[in-house]
Design a protein around this ligand. Structure first.
Ligand SMILES: [Zn+2]
Length: 453
């Protein structure tokens, strides 16, 4: 079907004229603010008229294709075979829907089946608008988008600037918590990192949010999986199952010293895990403090460890690095590992039990990134800083939303934030799918004319 809409605007301008800002302000308020909703309503009105007309005219079935299907009156589950209808009146109350172009209001017209007598409102089927739904999914898309970026208050301003209908904070959170946002696909991920953070949980408890990200060969991160209220052990099992299902092999997992994480997750990557080289010296200092070691010595030990960890991977293409240089690097790893062992022995001798245990536990995860490079030429991340930035950002946004989340709710909002910020393509395609956008309505501006009155 095709329709032409004539839009006529009255523009009142003071005798001396109006400056550019005043013109833009008026355009923003009426043309960008008010007009879209009115245009939306009138398109719906036109579509409804066309559909009711087709259903009630004595034309062949082909003109009614896909329209007017219904269950027989009073017999649920039985499809009515009639496709002849008569025109009936309008619903007394107009239908109101909040959308991303503002509040729409339209009269709902009925047709009655000549066979079974059932009354239907075909426009609701065409619009794919369920009964009792007060808003469009396109409005949910806008809300998810702004909420993933800013606090609720700033999100409201942003939403208003986009011209969408106002949404109460509780509704926006309910919508988000009800959205089944998909996981990012692990395909293309070569490395992974995992970390956890606390969050304010309903009612006033603290929850544990745990995030696993994947990184591609170039080190670009993407949120893979989000968990709340689950142990690292069950998370490890879940990740292994998901990797198997998607046939993705991770090379290395970079982790900080979070308890339980390394133990249960190292196995998800072929070369196991790499302990974050930034955390190691810092955390060593902390464990030595628990051993009662003084500040000066802690600083020294921390620097010693940082020095022995600081093995640089040669710059340039892997293939162009000579076999001799590679052998020298292998030697350097062996020496550094020996130094680490010496350090452990020294700690034990001096009675620094916690420091010794700490280093012992991390020992076979000190240089896995160097070993991986020596074997494959792949350069893995040596610190978890990229994930820490992501977690900080996530925590900040969740906190700003100012809500007490359930485990399920926090997982969903975290997925939304991660998908929107680190996998824009998947985010866009999720919404294209969810909104059923198939380009079936296109608007072209035919003409705009003016005359002085
Ligand atoms: Zn019928």
């Amino acid at each position: 079907m095709e329709m032409e809409i004539a839009i006529s605007l009255r523009v009142s301008i003071a005798e001396e004229g109006a400056n550019l800002n005043e013109i833009c302000a008026a355009v923003k308020e009426q043309v960008r603010g008010e007009l879209p909703a009115r245009v939306g309503e009138i398109i719906i009105e036109g579509v409804q008229e066309n559909v009711r007309d087709r259903l009630t005219r004595p034309v062949g079935r082909s003109a009614k294709k896909g329209l007017g299907g219904h269950e027989c009156k009073g017999e649920s589950g039985v499809r009515c075979r009639f496709r002849t209808f008569r025109r009936e009146g309008f619903r007394t109350e107009p239908r109101r829907v909040k959308t991303d172009v503002g509040r729409l209001e339209f009269a709902v017209g009925y047709v009655g089946c000549c066979g079974c007598g059932k009354k239907l409102a075909p426009i609701l089927d065409v619009l794919d608008l369920r009964e009792r739904t007060g808003h469009s999914e396109s409005l949910e898309a806008v809300v998810s988008e702004v909420v993933s970026q800013t606090s609720y208050q700033r999100g409201e301003a942003e939403r208003e600037a986009r011209g969408s209908a106002p949404v109460a904070k509780s509704s926006s959170h309910r919508w988000i918590a009800g959205r089944g946002i998909p996981d990012s696909c692990p395909e293309g991920s070569v490395f992974a990192m995992a970390d956890g953070t606390g969050f304010k949980k309903w009612p006033g408890e603290r929850g544990d949010l745990r995030v696993v990200i994947g990184l591609n060969q170039g080190g670009k991160p993407r949120g893979l999986w989000v968990y709340a209220g689950e142990s690292w052990e069950s998370i490890g099992q879940d990740i292994r199952a998901k990797l198997r299902a998607s046939q993705v092999q991770l090379e290395l997992l970079t982790v900080n010293g979070e308890p339980g994480l390394d133990e249960h997750l190292a196995g998800v990557a072929a070369k196991g895990s790499q302990r974050c080289q930034w955390h190691l010296p810092r955390d060593l200092s902390y464990t030595l403090w628990k051993d009662g070691v003084g500040l000066e010595e802690r600083k020294q030990r921390s620097t010693d460890l940082a020095d022995l960890l600081g093995i640089e991977i040669p710059a340039g293409e892997y293939e162009t690095v000579s076999e001799e240089d590679k052998e020298a690097l292998r030697e350097r790893v062996r020496t550094s590992e020996q130094e680490a062992l010496n350090l452990i022995a020294e700690f034990e001798e001096k009675g620094y039990a916690k420091g010794a245990t700490y280093l012992q536990n991390a020992f076979d995860r000190l240089f896995n990134h160097v070993k991986l490079w020596l074997e494959t030429g792949v350069i893995a991340p040596r610190t978890t800083s990229i994930l820490e930035n992501m977690m900080r950002e996530l925590g900040r946004r969740v906190k700003k939303l100012g809500w007490n989340w359930s485990d399920e709710g926090i997982v969903r909002i975290a997925k939304i934030i991660l998908l929107r910020h680190y996998d824009r393509e998947a985010w866009d395609s999720y919404w294209r799918e969810a909104l059923g956008l198939r380009n079936r309505c296109q608007i072209q501006i035919l003409s705009l004319e003016w005359q002085l009155v």
